[in-house]
Design a protein around this ligand. Structure first.
Ligand code: NAD
Length: 260
């Protein structure tokens, strides 16, 4: 049996049509999991290449348009996964948005819109899937946090940083509440990863900013989506059963003191 094998597991992944979510879907399928993939049509990412990669790995995928700020959408995908595959064992609550807004302009709507997706979206996914995990006596609640809010701040992204820090409190609490059911809950804090989000020059770093960060990482590069997908594969596996309630920073060492 290979290590970090996910054969027989079913994983629900949000934000699965691009970036970290798409890489995680492929890597999970290569590890043996069937997947329920949530994509968000307004962003225009094509989910079909992700499904093709899953099928090329010999696994099955179902897909659904999901807005993680909608409880009905989230619960609908969990139900569809249970109908198709029998259960949900793993949730990767990965959907997220970044918006550049200085505090003076951060009105209620701007604050809430990021909270709804980046923090409340994860809570909705976890809440919907936990009963299935309890029946299976196996669960992995995984959230894409960020170094922003947990290691560093991010000017003009205080709502994003607060949401990403909130995920840490969420997984720590669920880790204790459901640890007796074979369920673990952990968050991953990526540093800069080359994805549509980080390459957006308006709401994030943009291509020049991403390249500038690469010079500050000991390895001389920013992260790729696979760097996070492989961490999720480990955390989703049986072998990670004693890792619970943790925040795992995956930034290539960028945020170690003394680098600048
Ligand atoms: P990305 O933009 O490719 O992925 C974000 C995904 O979330 C997209 O597929 C998008 O369609 C989806 N999404 C947006 N709004 C949604 C909604 N309302 N409902 C459902 N899905 C929605 O960028 P990414 O970097 O792969 O982002 C994945 C996660 O990683 C995000 O939570 C992001 O905040 C986090 N993150 C990224 C970096 C980075 O440097 N790229 C660093 C730290 C954390």
């Amino acid at each position: 049996m290979p290590m970090f094998d996910l054969t027989g597991r079913v994983a629900l992944i949000t934000g699965a049509a691009s970036g970290i979510g798409a890489a995680t879907a492929r890597i999970f399928a290569e590890a043996g999991a069937d997947v329920a993939l949530a994509f968000y049509p307004p962003d225009g990412h094509d989910i079909r290449p992700v499904v093709a990669a899953v099928e090329a790995a010999g696994r099955r995928a179902i897909t659904a348009p999901v807005d993680v700020s909608s409880t009905a959408d989230v619960e609908g995908l969990v139900r569809a996964a249970e109908n198709e595959f029998g259960a949900v064992h793993i949730v990767v609550a990965n959907a997220g948005i970044a918006r550049t807004v200085s505090l003076a302009d951060l009105d209620d709507e701007a604050w809430n819109s990021v909270m709804e997706v980046d923090l409340h979206g994860a809570w909705r996914c976890f809440r919907a899937a936990i009963p299935s995990m309890q029946r299976e006596k196996y669960g992995r609640l995984l959230a894409t946090s960020s170094v922003a809010g947990t290691v560093s701040g991010w000017p003009e992204h205080s709502h994003y940083a607060a949401a990403k820090a909130g995920l840490v409190g969420l997984v720590k609490s669920l880790a204790v509440e459901f640890g007796g059911d074979g369920i673990t809950a952990n968050a991953v804090a990526p540093g800069v990863i080359r994805t549509p989000q980080s390459l957006d020059p308006v709401n994030s770093l943009g291509p020049a900013g991403v390249d500038a960060v690469a010079k500050k990482v000991p390895a001389g590069r920013v992260g790729e989506p696979d760097d996070i997908g492989y961490v999720y594969r480990f955390l989703a596996s049986q072998e990670a059963s004693y890792v619970n309630g943790q925040l795992l920073v995956v930034d290539g060492g960028r945020n170690l003191a003394g680098l600048d």
